[in-house]
Design a protein around this ligand. Structure first.
Ligand code: UDP
Length: 192
């Protein structure tokens, strides 16, 4: 994709549908991929935190997850077609995974949310292979990473909030050949 840079972050200039298709093709091709769906909070936090900005810049794709980013691009006279949100991307990938028997690993959210998700995911996405599912309140990620390494999921979704989830993903993404993505508070919504 071509990109439009807003506050030093290169945003993909494409539609949500095209983006989705590219991610799915990369998963099929076993290309390691780090996606940041950057909302305005993430963009502003990165603006004030150089180390975090570097982590976000290390992503393969940064998508505009907010109208404010589209407005910024428009002011630069390089408009972006539409928002590509973390939640919508997650939902579409889960549906695709269900239809194609692909696997996902879920890390993040509170234990009670994870308990609800364990009930709900197999009902909503019967073809989805749940490689693993773990809450986001661990002290040491060694066991979780070993589990991800062992199960080799097509997708790892980290719902740890920022900046934690990007730190987690940037550190461990090469444990698999698949997709890694931070999804903020999405598990709470999914489980609700
Ligand atoms: N969370 C977590 N571990 C932590 C801190 C947060 O798993 O140490 C989870 C929290 O339970 C919630 C999500 O991360 O599900 C963050 O949600 P929030 O809406 O605060 O983050 P944002 O969407 O703004 O990144």
């Amino acid at each position: 994709f071509s990109t439009v840079t807003v506050l030093d972050l290169p945003f993909v200039k494409t539609t949500a549908a095209n983006f989705q298709q590219t991610i799915q093709q990369r998963i099929i091709a076993q290309q390691n991929t780090f996606v940041v769906t950057a909302n305005p909070e993430i963009v502003m936090y990165a603006h004030h935190n150089p180390a975090y900005k570097q982590l976000v810049q290390s992503a393969d794709f940064i998508t505009p997850d907010g109208i404010g980013i589209l407005d910024g691009a428009k002011i630069l006279k390089q408009p972006l077609p539409e928002r590509i949100t973390g939640f919508d991307t997650l939902i579409r990938l889960l549906q695709w995974a269900s239809d194609n028997h692909r696997s996902a690993y879920f890390v993040g959210a509170k234990p009670e949310v994870i308990a609800a998700l364990k009930q709900k995911l197999p009902r909503d996405y019967p073809g989805l292979i749940i490689a693993g599912i773990h809450d986001g309140y661990f002290k040491d990620d060694t066991a979780i990473i070993a589990d991800i390494q062992r199960t080799q999921p097509d997708m790892v979704f980290a719902a740890l909030g920022f900046p934690k989830q990007e730190e987690f993903v940037a550190t461990h993404r090469h444990t698999t050949k698949g997709l890694w993505m931070g999804v903020g508070g999405s598990f709470d919504v999914l489980a609700g």
